[in-house]
Design a protein around this ligand. Structure first.
Ligand code: UD1
Length: 432
């Protein structure tokens, strides 16, 4: 499954990119659709590996999933088989989100241990604690989690940290639970709100209150619904950076401005010039880029998934920049691959640039100082995860000679047809 690209530096990247619905929303909508009483339709779905994996998981537990270009239809089957096969171990984070829906549909469930990118420990304790508070009996086994609940009930749940996934688990479980669930310290990422809106369309009673509070009143049943996903803010940011780093200009269509507000301000502070319309956003930096100090945060802060492209952009800014990762303790694991390509990045265990975070007394390198103006070298590197992969392509695009990038399938797990998108911007690349 490992795939390799040969990437040649090709000068300024220019052109138009249309982003589809986000990877982080589409799979959760697919799980939500399990709860409807008929076929639900998700439009503007991206063509990413995670959709295929989730489709296969849903099919394995008895749902019909069909795809017609950007439209997914999820249909309940005759019988739910509440055991997600162990073959799905470690492929993505979706099985844990299926636990609540499977409990509603079958009263019992097994899900294999979750995977996703190798960033930090990625525990599931918040999910498990919330489901237990709602009445599920959960046991950890060597291969995964087994759960039982004749009927989930509403509960008061306070997340220790506003986790996206755990908020989604509570939403997907509380909508059909008996009684009211009050969730405090909920994540408010746009993809989470989008899921809540889809569930509301299916008939769920969800109140989004100030101060990260959600109140969910369980209803007896949900109907099927259809929706069109909003554009992916990770992809939009990544391609805007692809234009900036190569001295070009990429016009990104399909991602609402409000999803990018902090990203736009950060890049503008570095000297990028923006043109923004209702249809598209474009960025250029004719006078070069200034360094910056950025810390990642929950929404509406600077998203952790934006930090990898930003890191490479920092290597081309005019001075020293600082990046402080505060959401995942181990999200700088890709730095060695970039160092191999000449990026001058030093990683620190301390909290640099911004307030101290949860990881201040830990042992993980989660801050970085990046020297701008580095000459990047073409190299042979292996990509450890999806967004690191995109960053390595950016580095290769401004390097002094061609690069060989192994593990490109990671990019394809999360980005919609990246090979074709990069090629359309003028990057010379071939599959090896
Ligand atoms: C999702 C996104 C990911 C994004 C992240 C933060 C998907 C498929 N992935 O990941 O791209 O970077 O949100 O916006 O949507 N935590 C625990 N225990 C738990 C759950 C989480 O300690 O049970 C911790 C994590 O280790 C991390 C923090 O909470 O430090 C945030 O994680 P979370 O928001 O849950 O990320 P994901 O939902 O996995």
């Amino acid at each position: 499954m490992t795939e390799t690209w040969l990437v040649e530096p090709s000068g300024p990247l220019r052109g138009d990119i249309t982003v589809r619905g986000s990877k982080n929303a589409v799979t959760k909508h697919m799980v939500a659709a399990m709860l409807g009483d008929g076929p639900s339709v998700i439009r503007n779905a991206p063509d990413v590996g995670d959709v295929e994996i989730t489709k296969a998981m849903l099919e394995s537990v008895g749902f019909g999933v069909t795809r017609d270009d950007d439209e997914l239809t999820i249909e309940p089957g005759a019988e739910v088989r509440p055991k997600v096969p162990e073959a799905f171990t470690g492929l993505n984070r979706i099985p844990i989100l299926m636990l609540g829906p499977l409990l509603h549909l079958a009263g019992e469930a097994f899900v294999p241990l979750v995977g996703g990118d190798p960033i930090g420990r990625r525990p599931v304790d918040f999910h498990v604690d919330a489901l237990q508070a709602m009445g599920a009996e959960i046991t950890y086994g060597p291969a995964g989690l087994t759960a039982k609940a004749s009927k989930l009930h509403g509960a008061r749940v306070t997340l220790p940290y506003p986790s996206v996934g755990a908020t989604e688990t509570v939403l997907l479980s509380a909508v059909l639970a008996e009684g009211t669930t009050v969730l405090r310290n909920a994540a408010t990422e746009p993809e989470v709100v989008e899921l809540a809106l889809f569930l509301q369309r299916m008939g769920a009673h969800i109140e989004l209150s100030p101060d990260r509070r959600m109140v969910i009143e369980g209803v007896p049943s949900l109907k099927a619904a259809s929706t069109r996903l909003a554009g992916d803010r990770l992809e939009a940011f990544s391609y805007l950076v692809a234009g900036l780093i190569t001295g070009g200009e990429v016009r990104v269509h399909g991602c609402p401005q409000d999803r990018l507000v902090t990203a736009i301000t950060t890049l503008a502070r570095m000297g990028a010039r923006f043109d923004i319309t209702d249809e598209w956003i474009t960025a250029s930096a004719p006078d070069g880029l200034k360094p910056a100090a950025v810390h990642t945060d929950t929404h509406p802060g600077f998203m952790t998934d934006w930090q990898q492209p930003l890191m490479v952009l920092f290597t081309q800014a005019d001075g020293m920049s600082v990046l402080h990762e505060t959401v995942f303790e181990n999200r700088l694991v890709y730095v060695p691959a970039l160092q191999k390509m000449g990026c001058e990045i030093e990683v620190f265990k301390n909290c640099l640039g911004g307030p101290a975070c949860r990881f201040h007394d830990g042992n993980s390198g989660h801050s970085a100082v990046i020297r701008g103006g580095s000459k990047l070298h073409g190299a042979e590197v292996t990509l450890p995860d999806v967004r690191a992969g995109f960053s390595a392509v950016l580095a290769a695009a401004v390097a002094d000679r061609p690069s060989t990038l192994h593990g490109v399938h990671h990019i394809e797990r999360g980005y919609h047809r990246p090979f074709e998108q990069f090629a359309s911007l003028g990057l010379h690349l071939q599959r090896a």
